[in-house]
Design a protein around this ligand. Structure first.
Ligand SMILES: [Zn+2]
Length: 80
């Protein structure tokens, strides 16, 4: 993460190694509130990520159902 004040590259640090500025959740520490639009964007991203996570599970279940369906059809025609 790059320090917004002195542009020093800090690898997974919460405080800048050069100037000591807080890098992690700096907005809250400075008391600066997110604007309405930024909040909505963040909410949308969270919802999107949530659906993406669920979507993966749904695809897995669908794949299992389709596979077992074809297996069933195959066995049905094989045995009849
Ligand atoms: Zn810095």
């Amino acid at each position: 993460m790059k320090c917004p004040r002195c542009k020093t590259e800090n690898h997974s640090r919460s405080v800048c190694s050069n100037c000591g500025k807080f890098l992690y959740s700096a907005d809250y520490r400075n008391g600066k509130k997110l604007t309405e639009k930024e909040l909505r964007d963040r909410d949308r991203r969270t919802v999107f990520r949530f659906f993406k996570k669920i979507g993966k599970g749904v695809w897995l279940i669908l794949a299992i159902i389709v596979t077992s369906f074809w297996l069933f059809l195959f066995m049905y025609f094989l045995l009849s």
